[in-house]
Design a protein around this ligand. Structure first.
Ligand code: NAD
Length: 344
């Protein structure tokens, strides 16, 4: 895949589409992102053939079907997604169903643009899979497109990216190179996010956060994720909790739980965060950045805790530390109540 990076990267879009031989492109974005959609259509020129503007979280199956229908009706030969993981998710749905190439113009830090992972949500259950056809052929990271991302969304989206780095470091299939990328991605985001909060129009800070998101997205694409991503998928699918916010609340808790069993990851994160206790440092960082603290404030009812635990322990998945129902129940209760993370 190709990655184009930096202020003005969007100007390359026409050339990227031309290099892929695309002449009838379906532009996919979310509602309310008309400004970004216009900039993309302008950059595509005559290659922009139509617009699908209904992207929403977790790729509901009926929405994915309608996006494929829109591509069919248009006779599209490719998709350009502009937006976060929701817009990219619909582009991936078209790629999966029709084999059309995707060019991604990311405007959040979620990282989906760097992965061959697709997801679809049906009847409260999120299914995911891997397929090289959905990996975008070209990704254009232009920090100017992230200036409009509201402060709080920037923070939670950045922590979503950090989660890929954390779980990449202790993934069962991690490699030394992936660990370097994860550590550098975590370092870049921990440095950039406070600056983004101070001044959301600071293009150096925005570029730093995007650089971190790129690295973390690549880590996500190359490794198998563990307990943290499993829990976020369970909560997203079952309760429709907001994706990046859920990552932000849970990550310090899952990291604290896993730290005793993941010494190499802890060493890398100590260097990245410049702190002896990475989970505590993450908790403090997200607190300083004004991020949400609890699943309760994201709309989760206390009564949902047992069935989330039940779902999350149903199928086995990789994790450096054994996941017990009791351990998970304690972790989730703390995350629900907004208490500080602990390792037991
Ligand atoms: P999102 O795409 O839903 O965007 C969140 C909100 O921010 C939306 O309202 C959107 O319109 C708005 N927004 C996005 N960019 C903006 C900008 N620059 N300025 C102003 N507003 C902006 O959220 P997300 O966190 O990027 O993506 C979440 C989805 O992506 C979830 O469904 C998640 O499962 C999926 N995801 C998939 C992968 C993968 O590898 N398949 C990886 C990460 C996330």
């Amino acid at each position: 895949m190709r990655v184009v990076f930096g202020v003005g990267a969007l100007d390359r879009l026409g050339a990227e589409a031309a290099a892929l031989g695309l002449s009838r492109v379906l532009v996919i974005r979310g509602p309310g992102r008309s400004g970004a959609g216009r900039r993309v259509a302008e950059a595509l020129g005559g290659r922009a053939a139509g617009l699908f503007a209904e992207a929403r979280m977790h790729v509901p199956a009926d929405l994915a079907r309608r996006t494929v229908e829109a591509a069919d009706e248009l006779g599209a030969d490719g998709c350009v997604t502009v937006g976060g993981g929701s817009a990219i998710g619909l582009g991936k749905a078209v790629a999966l169903a029709r084999g059309l190439p995707v060019v991604a113009v990311p405007t959040t830090y979620a990282g989906s643009e760097m992965t061959p992972v697709w997801g679809v949500t049906e009847q409260g259950h999120k299914r995911t899979g891997r397929d090289q056809r959905v990996l975008p052929r070209s990704v254009l990271y232009d920090p100017t497109l992230t200036v409009s991302l509201p402060t709080m969304l920037s923070v939670v989206s950045g922590v979503n990216a950090l989660a890929h780095a954390v779980e990449g470091l202790y993934a069962p299939d991690t490699t030394p190179i992936i660990c370097l990328m994860a550590e550098e991605g975590a370092r870049a985001l921990a440095e950039a996010l406070p600056k983004v909060v101070t001044d959301g129009a600071d293009l150096d800070a925005r570029a730093g956060a995007q650089y971190g998101a790129w690295l973390c997205g690549a880590v996500l694409g190359a490794t198998t994720m563990s307990l943290h991503h499993k829990l976020c998928h369970t909560l997203g699918g079952m309760l429709d909790l907001p994706h990046a916010q859920t990552h932000t609340v849970l990550l310090p808790h899952v990291l604290a739980y896993n730290q005793p069993a993941a010494p190499t990851a802890v060493a890398a994160l100590r260097r990245a965060f410049g702190a002896a206790d990475p989970a505590g440092a993450l908790w403090d960082l997200t607190d300083r950045l004004g991020a949400p603290r609890s699943l309760r404030e994201l709309g989760m009812a206390e009564a949902d805790l047992p069935r989330v635990v039940e779902q999350a322990v149903l199928r086995p998945y990789a994790n450096p530390r054994e996941v017990t129902a009791d351990g998970l129940a304690r972790l989730l209760r703390r995350a629900w109540a907004g208490e500080p993370p602990r390792d037991a």
